[in-house]
Design a protein around this ligand. Structure first.
Ligand code: SF4
Ligand code: SF4
Length: 169
C-alpha cells in the first residue's frame, strides 16, 4: 500500500475525515489560484474581513459543517490541489522571528489518529520539507498562511510541540 493510500484509509474510513468537518482551511493566494484552475465557479471560497486584514477560507457545504470539497466517501475532491493548511495538517506553524534567511519557527500539533499511526516525527519532517521549500522560493506564502490562520481562528486548540530555527542559504 502506498503512503498516500494508507493515509486515505486512516482519514476516510477510520477517522471519517473529522478535520474536514471542523475549522475551515485558511487560504494563501497561491492556494486560491491553484484551486481556481481546477474549479470553475467561486462558491467554494469565503472572504473574512472582520479586522483590517482580509483573508479567505474554504466555504462549508450548505447546512452542514463539511468542507465544500469533502465527498460523500469522505475524500477530498481537490486532494492534489488542497490548501497548504490541509497539506500540513495536523502540523501547524508560527514564525516567531524573521531575520534575513533565518526563521524561528514554533511548531504546533493537533492530535489526530495520524500522529499515532504515522508518527509525529514523520509528520513534522514532511511539514518541515514543505515549509523549507516555500521559505526558499516564496516566503511570503508562509506569512500569508500565518495571517489567514490568525484571522480565521485556525490556531485554536493546537498544542505546542517544539521550536526550531530554519536557515535558508
Ligand atoms: S488528518 Fe487526522 S483528523 Fe484529519 S481525517 Fe486524517 S486522521 Fe482524521
Ligand atoms: S480541502 Fe480537502 S483536505 Fe482540506 S478540509 Fe477540505 S476536503 Fe479536507
Amino acid at each position: 500500500m502506498t503512503k498516500k493510500s494508507q493515509r486515505l484509509l486512516i482519514c476516510a474510513e477510520r477517522c471519517e475525515s473529522k478535520c474536514c468537518r471542523s475549522t475551515p482551511p485558511a487560504l494563501t493566494s497561491e492556494d486560491i489560484s491553484r484551486i481556481n484552475k481546477q474549479i470553475s465557479d467561486d462558491n467554494w471560497i469565503r472572504k473574512i474581513e472582520e479586522s483590517e486584514k482580509i483573508v479567505h477560507i474554504v466555504e462549508k457545504k450548505k447546512e452542514s459543517r463539511d468542507c465544500y470539497f469533502l465527498t460523500e466517501r469522505n475524500l477530498c475532491s481537490i486532494y492534489e490541489n488542497r490548501p497548504l493548511d490541509c497539506k500540513l495538517f495536523p502540523i501547524f506553524l508560527k514564525i516567531k522571528e524573521n531575520k534575513v534567511g533565518s526563521y524561528k519557527i514554533e511548531w504546533l500539533v493537533w492530535y489526530c489518529p495520524l500522529t499515532q499511526e504515522v508518527s509525529l516525527e514523520t509528520l513534522l519532517e514532511e511539514a518541515r520539507k514543505i515549509i523549507e521549500d516555500y521559505l526558499e522560493k516564496e516566503p511570503q506564502i508562509v506569512f500569508e498562511y500565518q495571517t489567514a490562520m490568525y484571522e480565521s481562528g485556525g490556531y485554536k486548540k493546537k498544542h505546542f510541540m517544539k521550536e526550531e530555527i530554519i536557515t535558508i542559504n
